[in-house]
Design a protein around this ligand. Structure first.
Ligand SMILES: [Zn+2]
Length: 250
């Protein structure tokens, strides 16, 4: 048996057995892990209100060599991010982010960039343009997960893009822009304004507070949303539940 001290953010939890909960965590050093909070659904649980959705905690975990799940033996909250649970817009945006991380990452594959991005995005969300933070998170997460978009050169032939004309083909399937010579490689590629490509480049390079400073008009917002939705739809098997909720709610 082994004890581990872990810093982690709560991505989701679900009921387990009679009185327990399984908490899905994104930890700084071990990536995504699952742990049982014994008796967490009892009124007098020792976990109390700790380990709430989105919260950043320091946990003591215990695991037998062969056991699949960690068991939580202690927990203290470092940052509750309670603002994200008090306001519906923030809650929805944060839910979108944790659902995306849960879907894209594999268990026990460490990626400290994802952990710090979660903390940065959660700090920024309550005081920011939530769509921009959400979209920047998508682009950054894909970049650090091995799906970096190819935006300065053609994703097929790798020739540096020449910015002739106002628009360019963007291929969600290939993961980048396509030059006129390679258009036949993806006939379903979107025809998009170069301005959108520049926003994507900024989303990846700039930190969340800088991204928030961008002023984007409604037409550009709709275009960016289409690009991000198409790209995610291609790379995830189906739409995010939170995305469906946002659409129905709007
Ligand atoms: Zn090409």
């Amino acid at each position: 048996m082994r004890f581990h001290k872990v810093s982690a953010i709560v991505l989701r939890h679900y009921d387990f057995g009679e009185a327990d909960k399984v908490v899905v965590l994104y930890s700084e050093k071990q990536g995504k892990i699952r742990a049982v909070a014994k008796g967490a659904r009892r009124t007098k649980s020792k976990f109390g209100s700790s380990m709430e959705l989105f919260s950043y905690n320091e946990l003591m975990l215990y695991k037998k060599e062969v056991a699949e799940l960690y068991k939580i033996t202690g927990c203290s909250t470092i940052r509750s991010y309670s603002d994200l649970r008090k306001d519906l817009d923030s809650f929805v945006a944060a839910s979108y982010i944790v659902e995306l991380v849960n879907k894209i990452t594999e268990d026990n594959e460490p990626n400290p960039s994802v952990f710090s991005m979660l903390n940065e995005a959660f700090s920024q969300l309550p005081v920011s343009d939530r769509d921009l933070i959400r979209w920047a998170f998508v682009i950054k997460l894909l970049a650090v997960s091995g799906y970096k978009l190819c935006l300065d050169r053609c994703v097929c032939c790798e020739r540096i893009a020449k910015r002739a004309g106002n628009t360019v083909k963007f291929s969600p399937a290939q993961g980048g822009i396509i030059c006129p010579g390679c258009e036949s490689r993806d006939l379903s590629a979107l025809n998009v304004s170069w301005a959108y490509i520049d926003y994507f480049i900024d989303f990846e390079r700039k930190d969340f507070s800088e991204v928030n400073a961008a002023k984007i008009n409604p037409a550009h917002r709709a275009g960016l949303k289409d690009m991000i939705d198409s790209y995610l739809l291609y790379h995830l098997s189906g739409e995010l539940k939170t995305e469906k909720f946002i659409r129905q709610w709007a």
